[in-house]
Ligand binder design. Sequence first.
Ligand SMILES: [Zn+2]
Ligand SMILES: [Zn+2]
Length: 421
Amino acid sequence: MNEKRAGMMAVMFNYSIPRIALKKIGLGSDFFLVKYSDAWPVPRIVHPKQVVMRTRLGGICASDLHQLTVSLSLYASIMASPVNPVPMGHEAVGTIEEVGAEVTRLRPGDRVVYNPIGRCSCYGFDPCPSCRNGNYQHCFCLLGIGDGTEREQEYGGRCKFGGFGGGAFSEYLLGLEQQFHLVPEHVPDEVAVLAEPFTIALHAVSRHMPKETDTVLVVGAGIIGLLTIKALRALGSQCRILAIARYPVQAAMARKLGATEVITERASRKLYDRIARATGGSLFTPLFSKPVLYGNRGPDIIFDCVGSEASVDDDLRLSRSNGKVVILGLDFNITKQVDWSVAIWKEIDVTGTLFSGREVFENRKIDAFDLALELMSRDGESFRGLVSHTFPVDRFRDAIRCIRSKEKNSAIKVALDFRRG
Ligand SMILES: [Zn+2]
Ligand SMILES: [Zn+2]
């Protein structure tokens, strides 16, 4: 690394319990929990399995915005980073800058994407029960817990390492070798930066693969909804896909990525009528509440890529009886407006999916990141245009405002661009 570069531009989450509490009750500006520096110390390798990546693009995720407004479930706090302020951003493509002494697979100059989940094998720990099952997304390392051996001390000891990784909004990012995946040469940065969100969609779909005769409803056509449509097609599903999109740019992209029908009705009654008509379902209206679809005709599987109280309540009402609702979105926590009893009345399987792990594709077990990159390499063209806007990192506030006015800006995925200058 260029030794002259001691400082870097970085956007960090700057938290303390009182500040989180203040934000939680609605005090503090939009960027109250953000710290920006143009001279933050460049991370240094302290362990031989570590590498430093120079960021090229860092994608901004809805969960980053939820983090700033403290609207994620407080469950997430158990996997908070022990580092504070902590570099933000978990969707990154970059170039390897420096490698530790035990790194064998990567060398400076390699273009890679970053997996924010540092699992047992990344640290050299014996696998925890989740890792043994390929559920890296529930690895104990996310909570700073290793295998109980002295190896934990190499990382500073229990609860001194781990956390859901970050650094995509910084010029340099420090991680462990196994957290980085080589990007095929012909996959451009604007496609590769979508690898992490694509793993989310691949994980959800591969674990809840529809039957060919199923009608699937994808709720929300933001980046996760769009990539869920893409994941269904890329994993080979011929199912019928109904997609609910809010904005014209989302509707066009949903069609391009393989939705059979795009539904743009916003008003609840019209939306319900449209889905009932499209699936041959029957709507009934219980006393004092919104309609419900009743009986075994209707969407067979709903992938909810919004995950708000309103969308989850709609899912339960719109699923066919004995259907399945898979929630990917994280825009709710303790609910006040969801009638969960509808899941009982209609015997709906409600399930959530989070991050990604080891998936199964074409009868192979494969890490979700390798799968994402393999599919992007086969068909990179269809991902083009999903990164709708890029901003230099010192304009991260404008980047976040751009996402907050998605409709006006026709924004899909907004990324910070470190390649300029
Ligand atoms: Zn994300
Ligand atoms: Zn583990």
